[in-house]
Design a protein around this ligand. Structure first.
Ligand code: NAD
Length: 458
């Protein structure tokens, strides 16, 4: 663990094994941090806070630029590490898992330099000051992206951080800590405690020395953390699950919309919170879309283009949902619950047709390569179905033109919508409506989460 600028084992001496999900072999161990380790890390972060908070934004920006350069220089090692502990195909690890954090860290190096940390409002000067010590708890699915999406804006704001990464993917978090040290970020500004969620994660969430808890993970754990933070009157940001809709309106390029939609669900083996796991198609084009989706899914061969799931536990969960979809009466048009041959926590890429809005596979986050295809009658029906889950994280709309798609997107209860295949924007606010979360990450909105105002009246 990386605490106060130095590396150390867990005080209790415990360790956690890290498993390669493609080979089902242990590839390393990391310390299993306890509440005492978390306490030491929070103290280090508190000690470093006064100095970092008054470091001029331009100097913080320089350190973030150095961190971005470290992440870029070690991109190949980062990609290989994420492939080893998450199981993502190497090409995907390079293009997404290693590359996106470089862009996001770079964006915060620029924002730290440009952001208006002071503004005039009438006879007041409003100061935007760091919230304080941040407790960051991250999941395994985009392990480095989620670390950088919290740590970079927190550091840009002048906060100090204690990170508790997911127990399945702690090795890239250690690599990140090495990059932080090499970037010349002062000791204690960033601290890493590896450990189990209910032990180290919980200790961090309840610690009195933490001013803001930023959590990404399941809605179940997020709810607990939100309640704990509320009880302690502590700031909290929650990035939770999703069940996003991909709405294909009549007049859209059906072939492209279905192909991009299937690729979106299969990427990272379906372990993407913002994945478009429900495809909504007009009844007149429905059967054609089902055929196109089944054909597109055949390209995702387990062990080649499709990686394994992160763990045996995750595979069980996904297989359980596939069995549930069959039991609920949905029509299986690709994949199914049988396991592919060979080692690795693989599942078959699966497409269900004739899914109706109330089915569990249309309501609950599966977090695997499983697509649910729903039929709609008209635009109002499509809006009702798209908005008819407890989630609201992302989504897509395809139409004959951008204006038609954007008009439909305005009716969706969700944090992001991609219009006719619009590409990922690392500066656009990302985060959920409804039970998908509280707060925003990325860009200037993500930076604002780590600031609090002080108004001086003249
Ligand atoms: P999880 O909630 O089990 O774990 C997330 C993190 O919380 C891990 O670091 C874990 O150790 C920790 N944790 C677990 N129990 C805890 C507790 N009692 N107290 C404090 N910390 C605890 O989720 P997961 O299985 O790792 O990730 C999958 C889920 O995350 C999915 O539901 C997915 O949608 C969601 N997710 C959301 C986003 C987003 O940005 N909205 C991004 C990625 C993942």
């Amino acid at each position: 663990m990386f605490i106060g600028g130095g590396w150390r084992a867990a005080l209790g001496g415990g360790t956690i094994a890290v498993v390669d999900p493609a080979r089902e072999q242990v590839i390393g161990t990391v310390p299993a941090g306890s509440a005492e380790d978390v306490d030491a890390a929070v103290r280090a972060a508190r000690d470093a806070l006064p100095g970092w908070a008054v470091t001029p934004p331009a100097a913080r920006a320089e350190r973030l630029a150095a961190l971005r350069d470290q992440l870029a220089a070690r991109a190949e090692e980062i990609a290989a590490t994420i492939t080893a502990e998450l199981g993502a195909p190497l090409a995907f690890s390079r293009a997404v898992h290693a590359a996106v954090p470089v862009a996001v860290c770079g964006s915060y190096a620029e924002l730290a330099a440009e952001y208006a940390f002071e503004e005039r409002v009438g006879n007041s000067t409003v100061l935007h000051e760091p919230v304080g010590v941040v407790g960051a708890i991250t999941p395994w699915n985009y392990p480095l992206h989620q670390i950088v999406a919290k740590v970079a804006p927190a550091l840009a704001a002048g906060c100090t951080v204690v990170l508790k990464p997911a127990e399945d993917t702690p090795l890239v978090a250690q690599l990140f800590a090495e990059c932080v040290a090499a970037a010349g970020i002062p000791a204690g500004v960033f601290n890493l405690v590896t450990g189990l969620g209910p032990v180290a994660g919980r200790a961090l969430a309840v610690h009195d020395g933490v001013d803001l808890v930023s959590f990404t993970g399941s809605t179940a754990v997020g709810r607990t953390i939100g309640a704990l933070a509320g009880g302690a009157v502590k700031r909290v940001a929650l990035e939770l699950g999703g069940k996003s809709a991909n709405v294909i309106l009549p007049g859209a390029d059906l072939g492209k919309a279905v192909a991009v939609g299937v690729a979106n669900v299969m990427a990272n083996s379906g372990q993407t919170c913002s994945a478009w796991t429900r495809m909504l198609v007009h009844r007149d084009q429905y059967e054609e879309a089902v055929e196109l989706a089944a054909a597109a899914t055949a390209k995702y061969v387990p062990g080649e283009r499709l990686g394994p799931l992160v763990s045996a536990r995750q595979r069980e969960r996904v297989i359980g949902y596939i069995e549930r979809g069959i039991a609920e009466g949905a029509r299986l048009v690709a994949g199914g619950p049988d396991l592919p041959a060979g080692p690795g926590f693989h599942v078959r890429p699966t497409v269900f047709a004739d899914v109706t809005p109330k089915m569990a596979i249309a309501q609950e986050e599966i977090f695997g390569p499983v697509l649910a295809m729903l039929r709609y009658e008209d635009e109002d029906d499509a809006v009702r179905i798209a908005n008819g889950t407890p989630y609201g994280l992302a989504g897509a709309v395809w139409a004959a033109d951008d204006a038609t798609a954007a008009a439909f997107a305005r009716r969706l209860d969700t944090g992001q919508v991609d219009i006719n295949g619009g590409r990922f924007n690392p500066l656009a606010p990302f985060g959920g409506w409804k039970q998908s979360g509280v707060g925003r990450e990325l860009g200037a909105h993500g930076l604002a989460e780590y600031l609090q105002t002080k108004s001086l009246q003249f």
